[in-house]
Design a protein around this ligand. Sequence first.
Ligand code: AMP
Length: 177
Amino acid sequence: MTRLDLTELLRRRVRDIPDFPKPGIVFKDITPLLADHTAFAGAVDAVVSHYGRGTVDKVAGIEARGFILAAPVAYHFGAGFVPVRKAGKLPSATLAQSYALEYGEAELELHQDAISPGDRVVIVDDVLATGGTAAAAAQLVRRAGGVVVGISVLMELTFLDGRAKLPEYDVQALLTV
Ligand code: AMP
């Protein structure tokens, strides 16, 4: 499949759900994409080929939909998978990073020993919106001693300019809206 065909397929397999989880938000539902083998495998392969198999030590998936994508990406990279989770979910000692939301604050955590110093890490999530989540995940990886090789998302909501929070990183978006 060409890159153009894949982009078109991915675009058709992401569903807009207006006013979810609250009024005014258009939720990008990736479950039709995950249910389609060609789309799911194509997305995973596109991330792996962007960096190259064997060039990455760890793939950090952001809870929760990031996990679904990051695990097969890690497998195909020949890399380990590490979870970046919402506060209070990881059982062992963690590093914590808070970040601003539209209203209030949120916190992400990473196990302190999840990443070895110098590990080359790719961060994976489904949607890049304002960029706060990805920026916090990148901070955690760096504080743990890792090197952020890139940030890969299925979809970037360009009107929110999340990239502006990530100027020092290679941000790969398979789809832009
Ligand atoms: P942000 O920190 O604003 O870039 O938000 C990114 C995080 O929120 C990701 O983990 C996404 O899963 C989720 N997210 C934000 N906006 C949307 C949306 N419109 N549809 C689906 N998920 C979203």
